[in-house]
Design a protein around this ligand. Structure first.
Ligand code: SF4
Length: 154
């Protein structure tokens, strides 16, 4: 069994987490690296607390106490416009100080976000393309996570 803690961008503070949990179920997006036949436990799900990451100094350490072996910075860190400008600070702090590996991104990037960011060019400009591979390499999964598609959750 693997145990993870998920931190979401506070711009999505009212998010139900539905897309992350759907991706965990189907092992898509960043979660495809975890075997489907092994349990994946989410020990906590919390927002960053708002720019520049009010909860950063406490939340990852707390998630570690609850058993997290890895911290997932949810896809919202990259889906918002612009992507989180503190992303590298989050990664450095969690990996070097808290002592847990970080996964950037959670559920597949919804198709409508992929189209918007490609048109805006910010993913290139902000240097986050390196995190987008597992989130954008499955168009069908991206369609399934796009809440603007007529068949969403049907
Ligand atoms: S942009 Fe970054 S620091 Fe600001 S609310 Fe979102 S995740 Fe937190």
């Amino acid at each position: 069994m693997s145990k993870i803690g998920i931190i979401i961008c506070d711009r999505n503070r009212t998010c139900t987490g539905g897309k992350c949990f759907m991706a965990i179920q189907e092992r898509s997006g960043a979660f495809k690296k975890y075997p489907k036949d092994e349990p994946l436990e989410v020990v906590g799900f919390i927002t960053c607390g708002g720019c520049p990451g009010e909860r950063l100094e406490f939340a990852p350490a707390e998630l570690k106490k609850y058993g997290a072996e890895e911290i997932v910075l949810a896809s919202g860190f990259l889906a918002g416009y612009p992507p989180c400008p503190y992303l590298e600070d989050f990664i450095q702090y969690i990996e070097n100080y808290v002592g847990l590996p970080v996964v950037v991104g959670s559920h597949p990037m919804p198709t409508n976000y992929i189209n918007a960011h490609r048109a805006a060019g910010d993913w290139d400009r902000c240097g986050v393309q390196k995190y987008l591979g597992p989130l954008t390499d499955d168009p069908e999964a991206s369609d399934r996570h796009d809440s603007t598609q007529p068949g969403f959750l049907k």
